[in-house]
Design a protein around this ligand. Structure first.
Ligand code: ADP
Ligand code: ADP
Ligand code: MG
Length: 669
């Protein structure tokens, strides 16, 4: 076995690989950019080599620097992780030429399967059905028009070299084909340096199901079951699970054997994933093959009980697979949720900053693959995915429940995250019923409504959490104001109950708290619904609390400012105002202050690089019209006008970087 390897990656996946290396007694070397000096993957590795400035092309994508570091440190092999150089044919080739082992398939295989059109041809030869479409990259718009007409709208334009959903666009009618084709080409050129586009029939409500395979250098190929990754946004996976609720035993065997047949035909080695889309009637079509370890590999590990990174290392070392197909068994169910720094309330704009508070979820059914800790910086340079929460249970329902609890307990402060949105998906009845498709989010959530439907009990729980925290805090403040009073003999001065009026966003709740001083249990009435509550650890400094309500533990996130308490629970977020009945009497008669909003300035909503400004001084603009395109964390976002009006001045220019809140454009409205 290798005694030392280099990990050409960062974040959670670098840490994931380090973990297995430690277990196997392999020394690790990581590389890092300026931005990552203090990051976890630098600290956790045995050695770390600085390889350049923060932009990925000058560091994590700089092949020579990485290979140079591997040689200088005496490494024997290179693990590319996912993203970055993991599917780069030239990198794999150069690593091998430098006398190092590339932990992945041979360069020639990456090149064959990395091009989606050649991969589809190979899949057809291996006996698979592929998504109907034009077999080759399109030579111009005319060819696209004919192909689309033959296949029938809607069609999906896809970059041949694609990955991460970039450059993919649906076209529903011929009139949109030409402009969309150009957009796809431009995006593909930017993302992959290759603007070849091909076209497929757009399947309307499929599931995404993929097969994990492993192939060694001795002719053995096995499949480790499937994963379902239908919950996606912008063609990017958000929640994944194994097994798939739509795949029964026979279908698994069929898909698995086909995936292995393709691997054999391609001369595949190491870990790989064959992606399919699955029709409601059980027909499946080959999409693409990913020639690397995937983001969602942990759900497979949890159900088959294998360490995929360990298998990758053993295979790369020339060892035969330690098990055959008959020894692969699926136990229970696993779900993964990707936690990203983005703001669901602002159309998932990336969010950057320093993690000021951090409390990871723990538990025997919870696994956290994280690249962050308190103090970590989330920068504009890299992917917005910070960590992955993985839960396991005997059944899908148990794994789902464990995930909801884990997300309720996972506290990240300092950047916006998709945690509550992901939790809303997990709590959605359609998710619970496994009624999944790649359009799930589109069908069940919309731009304004990132929440799920909820019942009055959920709301009552949140009201209780807010009121108890408020009460506790008032009591603490009151006690601290009279430090000189003797405490002895005062216990019975306490009132038997405390009433509060809690104003929610749509309702007003009457809450009565009373505490049994002996058992220390609370009896809580919310609008005359009685609950029994125990406050086991009233741990609040991490902004999360645990309450035992009617015998069940529940976890909440809270933040307060005066009478306002913000609460998050099971994907619902609400702000409550809390008053004593006396205060409420006064507050109710006060005029609500109307905040005067001045909308004559366009501020930058995030840090990033300005790619394009679509207007100039004197132009008339409409509210909602995209005016500036900003790139941040590998994503381009349009920033839209806050008002109708005339552009008075443009304060920024393309190519410039901006911070959150920088003035970009002013208007005369
Ligand atoms: P998976 O199929 O493993 O779920 P994704 O398609 O979501 O993976 O991509 C995995 C990671 O690699 C993501 O961080 C994604 O942004 C990144 N990525 C994928 N393809 C590319 C690419 N061609 N260039 C750069 N980054 C990529
Ligand atoms: P990437 O390399 O970006 O992962 P894929 O070809 O795997 O690209 O497609 C990503 C996602 O886009 C799939 O998981 C699926 O949800 C959707 N998709 C791809 N092709 C089609 C299609 N022909 N019809 C409908 N959805 C598709
Ligand atoms: Mg894919």
């Amino acid at each position: 076995m290798f005694d030392k390897i280099l990990i050409a990656n960062r974040g959670e996946i670098a840490l994931r690989i380090i973990r297995t290396c430690k277990k196997m007694g392999i020394e690790t070397v990581t590389v890092f950019s300026d931005e990552d000096v203090r990051s976890l993957h630098v600290r956790e590795a045995d050695h770390a080599v600085h390889i350049g400035p923060s932009p990925a092309p000058e560091s994590y994508l700089a092949k020579e620097k990485i290979i140079g570091a591997a040689l200088a440190c005496g490494c024997r092999a290179v693990h590319p992780g996912y993203g970055f150089l993991s599917e780069n044919t030239r990198f794999a080739d150069e690593v091998t030429k430098a006398g190092l082992v590339f932990i992945g398939p041979p360069a020639s295989v990456i090149s064959l399967l990395g091009d989606k059109t050649t991969a589809k041809r190979l899949a057809t030869q291996a006996g698979m059905r592929v998504v109907p479409g034009h077999p080759d990259p399109l030579n111009g718009i005319e060819e696209a028009r004919i192909a689309a007409k033959t296949i029938g709208y809607p069609v999906l334009l896809k970059p041949a070299a694609g990955g991460g959903g970039k450059g993919m666009h649906v076209v529903v009618k011929e009139a949109d084909l030409e402009p969309t084709f150009t957009t796809s080409q431009n995006e593909a050129r930017k993302a992959f340096g290759d603007d070849r586009i091909f076209l497929e029939k757009y399947i309307s409500r499929p599931r995404h199901v993929e097969i994990q395979i492993m192939a060694d250098h001795h002719g053995n190929v096995i499949y480790l079951g499937e994963r379902e990754c239908s919950i996606q946004r912008r063609y990017q996976k958000i929640i994944e699970e194994a097994p798939s609720p739509a795949v029964h035993r026979d279908l698994r065997t069929k898909m698995g054997r086909m995936a292995c047949a393709l691997a054999e035909k391609a001369g595949y080695r190491n870990a790989g994933t064959v992606e399919f889309i699955l029709d409601p009637d059980g027909a499946f079509y080959f999409l693409e093959m990913n020639t690397r370890l995937q983001v969602e590999h942990p759900v497979t590990e949890m159900v088959v009980g294998l360490d995929l990174v360990e298998l990758q290392l053993r295979i790369a070392d020339g060892q035969p697979l330690p098990l055959g197909q008959e020894a692969v068994h699926i136990n229970g169910w696993a779900i993964e949720a990707r936690i990203c720094a983005e703001d669901p309330e602002r159309d998932f704009l990336p969010s950057t900053g320093i993690i000021t508070r951090y409390a990871p979820p723990r538990g025997k059914d919870v696994r956290l693959d994280s690249g962050i800790e308190a103090g970590s910086t989330i920068s504009v340079f890299y992917d917005s995915m910070m960590s992955k929460v993985i839960t396991h249970g005997e059944t899908r329902e148990a794994a789902r429940h464990a995930m909801i609890q884990a997300l309720n307990r996972y506290h990240i402060e300092g950047v916006y995250t998709n945690r509550d949105f992901v939790n809303a998906i997990l709590n959605h009845p359609a998710f619970a019923e496994a009624d999944l498709s790649t359009r799930f989010i589109e069908e069940n959530f919309n731009k304004k409504q990132t929440e799920r439907v909820f019942n009055s009990e959920d709301l009552h729980f949140m009201v209780m959490a807010a009121t108890l925290v408020y009460h506790n805090r008032q009591t603490l403040v009151r006690d601290s104001l009279k430090p000189m009073t003797a405490k002895v003999g005062q216990a019975h001065e306490e009132k038997p109950f405390h009433d509060y009026v809690v104003k929610g966003e749509e309702n007003v709740f009457q809450v009565r708290l009373s505490r049994d001083e002996i058992s220390r249990h609370w009896s809580v009435n919310v609008d005359d619904h009685p609950y029994r509550v125990i406050t086991p650890h009233f741990e609040f400094y991490r902004r999360r609390i645990k309450l035992n309500i009617d015998g069940q533990n529940q976890y909440f996130h809270l933040q307060y400012r005066e009478n306002f308490i913000w609460v998050a629970f099971c994907g619902i977020t609400r702000t409550f105002e809390i008053y004593t009945p006396g205060e409420w009497h006064l507050v109710r008669h006060m005029p609500t202050a109307t905040r005067e909003e001045k909308n004559d300035t366009l501020f930058s909503p995030m840090p990033g690089l300005i790619l394009d400004i679509k207007v100039k001084k004197g132009d008339w603009v409409y509210r909602g019209q995209d005016l500036v395109i900003i790139e941040s964390m590998k994503m381009e976002s349009g920033v839209s006008s806050p008002c109708d009006g005339e552009v008075k001045a443009v304060h920024v220019q393309a190519g410039q970087t901006v911070e959150t809140g920088d003035v970009m454009i002013t208007f005369e409205s």
